[in-house]
Structures are given as C-alpha cells and as structure tokens.
Write a protein that binds this ligand. Structure first.
Ligand SMILES: [Cu+2]
Length: 128
C-alpha cells in the first residue's frame, strides 16, 4: 500500500510537471492577437503573465508592451489598479507581473507601442 501511494504520488507529480500553463486566455483587437498564460493559477496578490503577441499573423518583436489591470470601485471598496511595463523575452513574447489585490473580475489593458507604426491597445478581463 505504501509503495502504491508513492507510485501514485510520483505519477501525479509527473503529470503536473507536464501540464501546460495553469491559466490561459486569448484576447484580440482587430488584427492584434494575444495569447496570455500564467504558470500558476491566478490568485490574490502578485501574478506573472506571459504574453505572445501577433499582428496580422506575425509575432510582434521590439515593442514596448505595458499593462494596466484595474477593478472599478465597488460598494465599500475603492478602485484598485496595478501597472507595469513588461520585459521582452524575445520572439514576440513579453512577461509582466501585476499585483491583483482581491479576487473578482479585473479589466486588463495591454498597450503595445512598436518602434514604428501605430500603437494599439487590447482589452480583456481576468477573473479569479
Ligand atoms: Cu473590488
């Protein structure tokens, strides 16, 4: 029995290591498409998200990508906001950490400023 539970535990750990991101979401605005992932489930506090950004099917490299997450004021609670500028991981992939102080629905704005060409903003929500 002890051996069996050890085997089961090993299988579970192996499965969780192989598992894809705990959180994924796709957002788009016109021809800009963003695939958002987080290694860990989204939770109250600090969350690191990875954004893969494409425009017209091409990976968007060399852009400044910044984030704003906010929750409007609720009864008995002020509005909350977290902003950051992402770090480019190369090849159209950007990573940023937001502090989400409470559970619920957060509005997320992703601002993309390319070196040349038009800036764009993609809106989505994150719910946890
Ligand atoms: Cu709130």
């Amino acid at each position: 029995m002890k051996t069996l539970s050890k085997i089961l535990l090993a299988l579970l750990l192996g499965a969780s290591l192989l598992q894809a991101a705990a959180f994924t979401k796709d957002a788009k605005y016109r021809t800009t498409k963003i695939h958002i992932t987080s290694e860990k489930p989204v939770t109250t506090g600090s969350n690191t998200f990875v954004f893969t950004i494409k425009k017209d099917g091409k990976l968007i490299k060399d852009s400044v990508v910044s984030l704003k997450a906010f929750m409007p004021a609720m009864p008995g609670m002020p509005a909350m906001e977290s902003k950051t500028t992402t770090k480019s991981l190369g090849n159209g992939v950007y990573e940023g950490t937001l502090n989400m102080a409470m559970s619920g629905t957060w509005q997320l704005y992703i601002y993309i400023a390319p070196k040349t060409g038009k800036k764009s903003r993609v809106k989505t929500t994150i719910n946890f």
